[in-house]
Design a protein around this ligand. Structure first.
Ligand code: NAD
Length: 472
């Protein structure tokens, strides 16, 4: 299989092209690296119809057969790790090391889902009735992924959906369709036709998919604004939804930390994937007594990290993934300049090819500045001073978002207690960004509805059915 050309959609197990196509750019060079099909409405209808036809027989297979298919998908991905790594870097921009980690994560998640069974609970009411609760498939799932972690966030939906006995129509972002199309091509060998359909397309495709009457459940990761539109589309037929949306995560650094070590860990917490990370630290609250030391360490470490084409050795940070986001982040920087915010680092954007924005660290901007309130989704970090714990917890929670956060202190118990006061779905103590397929992840407030991963995430791809029988 070539990873450099011939990108086809997978509809009913067959390679499918379209009369229309779209360009895919490498964000590090702005060169067109591929043309991919721009699905028509008829083709989407075909994909949904194929998924509907395949669903009953897929669900009727013994669970062990579906588990085996997930393992086979993991094997195929693992055996093409370097191909996917290179392709992911070319379409998304992230450094090879991060791309390889992403492929590895997909393999790991598939293998962990392949071990899962769905629980059946039983209850005898003492009056001659046995209540037996099963988790049954919902039907056809639309899986919609964004461009920051195109592979991970596709697999996080596809794996539980398939294991639970649903069939899937996967739609990648138009900015990063290549890895999803190649996964679809690869998995044709181990999945029956129609079980996993992969369609690529322009902006019209997402709404067509979420409004489609043949879709029963939508697993969506993307921005909060789009999440609202998805929820609206789902409402007409009460489709089930899981929405993983934006975040504005706070890190709270207490005065007793090892400053150099914490600054280094939080540099990556804020800037990995060039901050295009829903769970990136987007507000860094540092106690006033160590603020100056901490900012010096953070800036000094930032200067050691190389930004460039993710395919080049030694590069730690790649470009912004697309022009729209690049312009948005530049506008945020311009706003900081306009409003007189001091830059501890960065603040200008180089001319030339590629959507590169050097790391910007802002010196204690006001709480009501755009850089503090908005999800930057790019390397613009406000470093903020605080004085006491109640104050910083209130400021951290003063956000429409509630996705993640972290607390840093030598006093583990105190940090743990503060972590519990954050209104977020995920919070780390003295480290950051460790995720597990066995721990649920989801957002509070406007960061989402429902969770992914673990048994809770798997159950979101099921309906509950309670069967009541008579006990003789
Ligand atoms: P986006 O909302 O623009 O797009 C996400 C996906 O939705 C894409 O595939 C897009 O084509 C599709 N889409 C767009 N409009 C649609 C519509 N009306 N109906 C259906 N689908 C539609 O998001 P993005 O810019 O690709 O990703 C960045 C955002 O994703 C950030 O806000 C980030 O925080 C969030 N995100 C959240 C998580 C999480 O797990 N909570 C993880 C990663 C990214």
């Amino acid at each position: 299989m070539s990873f450099d050309s011939n990108y086809t959609m997978t509809i009913d197990g067959r390679a499918t092209l379209s009369s229309e196509s779209m360009d895919v750019l490498n964000p590090a060079t702005e060169e067109c690296i591929a043309r991919v099909p721009d699905a028509s409405l008829d083709q989407l209808n075909d994909a949904v119809a194929a998924a509907r036809r395949a669903q009953a027989s897929w669900a009727a297979l013994p669970l062990a057969r579906r588990q085996h298919s997930l393992d086979a998908m993991a094997d195929l991905l693992a055996s093409h790790t370097d191909d996917f790594m290179r392709l992911l870097t070319r379409e998304q921009g992230k450094p090879h090391a991060d791309a390889k980690a992403e492929v590895g994560r997909c393999v790991h998640w598939l293998r962990e889902y392949a071990k899962r069974t769905l629980p059946v609970s039983r209850h005898d009411d003492g009056a001659g009735h046995l209540f037996e609760t099963h988790h049954v498939p919902i039907g056809v799932v639309a899986a919609i992924a964004p461009w920051n972690f195109p592979m991970t966030l596709a697999i996080w939906k596809v794996a539980p959906a398939l294991l639970a006995g649903n069939t899937v129509v996967l739609k990648p972002s138009p900015f990063t369709p290549l890895t999803s199309l190649k996964m679809g091509e690869l998995f044709r060998d181990v999945l029956p036709p129609g079980v996993l359909n992969v369609v690529s397309g322009s902006d019209r495709l997402g709404p067509w998919l979420t409004e489609h009457p043949g879709i029963d459940k939508i697993g969506f990761t993307g921005s909060t604004a789009t999440g609202r539109r998805v929820m609206q589309s789902a409402s007409s037929r009460l489709k089930r939804i899981t929405l993983e949306l934006g975040g504005n995560d706070a890190a709270i650094v207490l005065p007793d930390v090892d400053v150099a070590q914490t600054a280094r860990a939080l540099f990556w917490g804020a800037f990995r994937n060039s901050s295009q990370y829903c769970l990136a630290t987007k507000r860094m609250y540092v106690h006033e007594s160590i603020y100056d030391d901490f900012s010096r360490e953070l800036v000094a470490y930032a200067r050691t990290v190389e930004m460039g084409n993710g395919a080049a050795p030694g590069v730690g940070l790649g470009p912004i993934q697309n022009r729209m986001q690049y312009e948005r982040v530049k506008d945020l920087i311009a706003d900081a300049h306009r409003t007189g915010v001091k830059f501890l680092l960065g603040g200008s954007v180089p001319e030339g090819k590629g959507y590169f924005i050097p790391v910007c660290i802002l010196d204690n901007p006001p709480d009501d500045s755009r850089s503090v309130i908005e999800e930057a989704f790019g390397p613009v970090l406000p470093l903020l001073k605080y004085r006491d714990i109640d104050e910083v917890v209130r400021r951290a929670n003063d956000s429409d978002y509630g996705l993640g956060g972290s607390v840093w202190s030598r006093d583990q118990n105190l940090a743990y207690e503060i972590a519990g006061r954050l209104q977020t779905g995920m919070v780390w103590v003295n480290h950051i960004h460790v995720m597990s397929p066995n721990a649920p992840f989801g957002g509070q407030k406007q960061s989402g509805i429902g969770v992914e991963n673990a048994m809770e995430g798997l159950q979101e791809y099921t309906n509950v059915q309670t069967r009541v029988t008579l006990i003789n």
